[in-house]
Design a protein around this ligand. Structure first.
Ligand code: ASP
Length: 345
């Protein structure tokens, strides 16, 4: 018997078991990819663990309450530290969701994912899945073996959102520590705290309390069924490198990245600025260059740009700008077209 089951009053366990798989309630598909939520380490500790150690099925045993919400189906897509996420896996996720969304019994999807890169996966899927059914991503900051592991409640709340009417047509959402975030603005903001996911000045768009979903805002930019990106049949994405500017940043890195990439994103200082040395090199580049900022909050507009051949990332972080640029480069793009895409998404 798992550790939670051992503590539960027998009646509660019976109720959960009796509910499991009951007809007519619809199905939630859990797409498991790994991360700390299935991490295992020394009993009680929050560091030095191995992410992606338990399977989705093993995780579910710690959350029997899920089975009273919906029929639960699990698909173990991979079991990795999310720093090993790849475009190939993103494409597999998008393909699986797009295929399974056609099943009328499926109410929605929950993706379990490491927190390090979940914001990038969320934004990629927000631009590429073609369904109004809820797609919710969650994870945890503490491994399953930690004291007060946050994974089980995050997973429970993610399923509550994925089966809710409120989440239909809202694009990809991240549910974390009782809050609901829109994929475009969400980011990881702490290396250790359970409230590690936030959306900066855009904020959360809703909350979950005792399984009830309260959604207050709607994502403002085009997503899912309203985007032009079709990734069906693809196995890879264009290569985009992110260059981080700092005092004395080596111009050779910029030259190397430009020679080995289809496009660049600059994580500039302030409102997307960099040295005259970097500006001289960037002006001579012939691949698309998008300018974002190493600062978490704020917007970069065309008027901020130091080089005329660059495109402003609006308020997208460098890692989100890279996701959009990779999708934009699936077709030949002019600078004007790139500007339009960064204004739209
Ligand atoms: N390194 C882990 C991952 O992203 C961290 C986490 O899940 O919180 O997979």
């Amino acid at each position: 018997m798992n550790k939670l089951a051992a503590l539960l009053p027998p009646k509660r366990m019976q109720a959960c078991a009796a509910d499991a798989g009951g007809p007519g309630r619809g199905r939630i598909v859990i797409l498991a990819t790994g991360g700390t939520i299935v991490g295992v380490g020394a009993a009680g500790k929050t560091t030095g663990y191995r992410p992606g150690a338990l399977t989705a099925e093993e995780l579910l045993r710690d959350v029997p309450e899920l089975f009273s919400l919906a029929e639960i189906e699990t698909i173990q897509l991979c079991n990795i530290n999310s720093d090993d996420m790849t475009a190939e896996m993103w494409l597999a996720l998008a393909r699986t969701i797009n295929e399974r969304a056609a099943d009328p019994d499926v109410l929605g999807f929950v993706i379990t994912h490491g927190t390090d890169t979940m914001e990038e996966t969320a934004y990629f899927l927000n631009l590429t899945v073609k369904t109004a059914k809820p797609v919710v991503i969650t994870g945890s900051m503490r491994p399953a073996t930690a004291i007060s592991a946050d994974g089980p409640l995050n997973l429970y709340e993610a399923v509550c959102v994925a089966r809710s009417r409120e989440a239909i047509g809202q694009g990809v959402l991240i549910v974390f520590s009782d809050r609901i975030y829109a994929a475009r603005s969400v980011t990881k903001t702490s290396t250790y705290h359970v409230m590690a996911i936030s959306a900066g000045e855009m904020g959360a768009i809703g909350v979950v309390r005792d399984g009830a979903v309260y959604l207050y805002e709607k994502p403002g930019k085009a997503h899912t069924t309203a985007t032009e990106f079709d990734v069906a049949g693809l196995t890879e994405l264009p290569r985009v490198s992110i260059l981080y500017f700092a005092v004395d940043a080596d111009p050779e890195l910029l030259r190397y990245a430009a020679a080995h990439s289809d496009g660049l994103v600059i994580a500039g200082a302030g409102a997307g600025e960099f040295s005259r040395l970097w500006a001289g090199i960037i002006r001579g580049l012939t691949i698309p260059v998008v300018v974002s900022s190493r600062i978490d909050d704020g917007i970069i507009t065309r008027d901020n740009l130091l080089c005329p051949n660059t495109v402003a990332a609006d308020n997208l972080s460098p890692q989100k700008a890279a996701v959009l640029l990779r999708l934009a480069l699936l077709r030949p793009v002019t600078q004007a077209r790139l500007e339009a895409l960064f204004a739209m998404y």
